[in-house]
Design a protein. Structure first.
Length: 146
């Protein structure tokens, strides 16, 4: 069932649900849950309170500022810098871009300033390599056999 279909069904069933007795409400609720696929508690909430207001359905998260080509080049710079954190990478970005363009490693058409907050999300956590620690780990012998 489409979202619009579910909203139309809610409009039709809600007045009947509000006037019904407890036993009738249970039957109406069972039918509504079966046809929409909603969780029972959510269906009760909708039938009591109506659909959510549009103002509460705001898009969350930050708006994407950069295109996929710029993001790919930023990932390349991050890899060349041996996975520096955003705090240390940000001050050197202009120099690194200039040096990498000079050696034809990257090519960025648009000159944009990169927000420090954006670098914190670069790359996604699942693509990040395991950090190289300065202290010996508990399995040092397993990594570096003598």
């Amino acid at each position: 069932m489409t979202k619009q279909g579910k909203q139309e069904l809610l409009k039709a069933v809600r007045p009947r649900y509000r006037k019904a007795s407890k036993n009738e409400k249970s039957q109406i609720l069972d039918e509504f849950v079966a046809s929409t696929g909603y969780n029972r508690k959510y269906a009760i909430h909708l039938l009591r309170n109506g659909p959510p207001k549009n103002s509460s359905l705001k898009k969350r998260g930050r708006r994407l500022i950069y295109g996929p080509d710029v993001i790919a080049e930023l990932v390349r710079i991050w890899e060349v810098s041996r996975h520096l954190c955003a705090k240390r990478l940000h001050p050197f970005l202009p120099q690194m871009v200039e040096a990498l363009e000079r050696h034809n490693e990257i090519h960025i058409d648009e000159r944009e300033t990169v927000a420090d907050e954006y670098l914190n999300d670069l790359p996604p956590p699942e693509a990040r390599p395991e950090p190289i620690g300065s202290t010996r780990s508990h399995n040092h012998q397993a990594r570096y056999p003598a």
